[in-house]
Design a protein around this ligand. Structure first.
Ligand code: ARG
Length: 457
């Protein structure tokens, strides 16, 4: 098959080498962006008086026509999307098409296409993430008066409101959202006009091209521009950390949904059954979110490994950046879409949770705090409360079951005022610090979260 470099390389490329070398099967996804970049480039060629107005118009209308004919292109004939566009354009408009590649290289073109693609995808991912944040926030607003055990080491630790648990995820995902905005800003520089690596021998107005393409600015160094894939790495890091947070949420849901916990119930429309065990209702959606998280780490690592040893500047290794990028974009969008619908439909079994809280020993810190307020040193208060809990465990009693006599027998410092501590709402509201689980703090967290959402919408 005819190649763009046939003037230099005299033999036809070996059939298998040709297949191995080609990226068209996946980079054809960049077709639209390659056309947009080409239109902007043609305009700049005209502005620099390299092509005539007529040639520019011919090229642009040819490119626009080509965009409509995407489905008719026989992609397998081409090495990559760039040669496909150039050759197909030439077929459409004749020899003028051959002028399009003046003053550019596939090296600055691919970096531009990828940035254009990613900028558009980031916009969609931001929408999906913001939607998820909204859903988490509205669940948090509804659950201010519902309580649950908070865990450390997966041991019941202290009572929290369900809102506190939800807002914990809100904060993590909000940081991810802010990170994405930061990444979006950092990548907003057009590489076009950098050429192969050294710049272009024509006076192309790079700022004009950037503006045409919606970039905020232009890259500073042509060698950096064609060799940089930091913007992809940063995006993949964003997907990795976001997936990590979603995986932890999924894991919480899986645990809370187990028969042993039964704190929450997954809606039937998001649960799957077993082919053999009629009793099963499985949280497949949450498990898949947890399972897919590993993919994102893989995508990130593969780009790092691809980049770390290649000499400046462009090397063909970099062609391999597309599969992880495309897969990460697709997987992230599908996870964000599904988890939002999934959590919107979960039900909290407040009765079971309350029963669990009441027979738990999670009031221990509240008891310690009470003793400290009465003047006992913290360490001593901790010790005797520990004895109190050990007594309860030994005699299989809840704190509520203890008689005043039993309390006094354990320590003279214990009094019946302890009974007043033993309810979830007071326990939660006894927390006084900024950011705590108390209702006052939750209300404040919700106000700030609402403001954040409003500013972003
Ligand atoms: N398909 C190539 C890639 O994705 C385009 C750039 C090719 N450049 C080159 N000098 N062979 O990286």
């Amino acid at each position: 098959m005819k190649k763009v470099w046939d003037g230099r390389i005299k033999k036809h490329l070996d059939k298998d080498a040709e297949k191995f070398n080609a990226s068209v099967s996946f980079d054809k996804r960049l077709f639209k962006y390659d056309i947009l970049a080409s239109i902007a480039h043609a305009k700049a060629l005209y502005k620099a008086k390299i092509i005539s107005n007529e040639e520019k118009n011919k090229i642009i209308s040819g490119l626009k026509l080509l965009l409509k004919k995407e489905k008719k292109i026989n992609w397998s004939k081409y090495e990559d999307v760039h040669s496909a566009v150039e050759i197909e354009l030439t077929k459409l408009i004749g020899n003028t098409g051959k002028k399009l590649h003046t003053g550019r290289s596939r090296n600055d073109l691919i970096a531009t296409d990828e940035k254009l693609f990613l900028k558009e995808e980031i916009k969609m991912i931001k929408k999906l993430l913001l939607n998820l944040l909204k859903t988490i926030l509205s669940l948090a607003e509804k659950n201010r008066k519902n309580f649950m055990p908070g865990y450390t080491h997966l041991q019941q630790a202290q009572i929290i409101s369900v809102s506190h648990w939800l807002l914990c995820y809100f904060q993590k995902l909000k940081r991810d959202y802010e990170l994405l905005i930061f990444i979006e800003k950092r990548m907003d520089h057009s590489p076009l006009g950098s050429g192969a690596l050294a710049g272009i021998g024509f006076n192309l107005d790079r700022l004009y091209i950037a503006k045409e393409l919606g970039f905020k600015g232009i890259t500073e160094n042509s060698m950096d521009a064609v060799s940089d894939r930091g913007f992809i790495t940063e995006f993949l890091y964003f997907t990795a950390i976001t997936a990590t947070h979603l995986s932890r949420l999924a894991e919480d849901i899986i645990i809370f949904n187990s028969n042993e916990f039964s704190y929450i119930e997954i809606d039937d429309s998001f649960a799957t059954g077993s082919s053999i065990m009629p009793n099963k209702k499985n949280p497949d959606i949450a498990e898949l979110i947890r399972g897919k998280t590993g993919l994102f780490y893989g995508y990130l690592i593969s780009i790092f490994v691809m980049l770390k040893g290649i000499p400046m500047s462009y090397n063909k290794d970099m062609q391999e950046d597309k599969k992880p990028l495309f897969d990460a974009v697709d997987e992230m969008k599908s996870i964000l879409l599904i988890i939002e619908k999934f959590i919107k439909n979960i039900k909290f079994n407040t009765e079971i949770i309350t029963r669990n809280i009441n027979k738990s020993y999670m009031f221990a810190v509240d008891i310690v705090d009470l003793l400290v307020k009465k003047g006992l040193p913290f360490r001593d208060a901790h010790f005797i409360t520990g004895q109190l809990i050990a007594y309860c465990v030994k005699h299989n009693k809840s704190l509520k079951d203890l008689t005043e006599n039993e309390l006094k027998n354990i320590s003279k410092y214990f009094d019946k005022d302890i009974y007043k501590l033993l309810n979830a709402e007071d326990s939660v509201n006894s927390k006084q610090t900024y950011g705590s689980t108390s209702e006052k703090s939750i209300n404040n967290q919700i106000i700030n979260a609402r403001k954040f959402i409003k500013d972003e919408t």
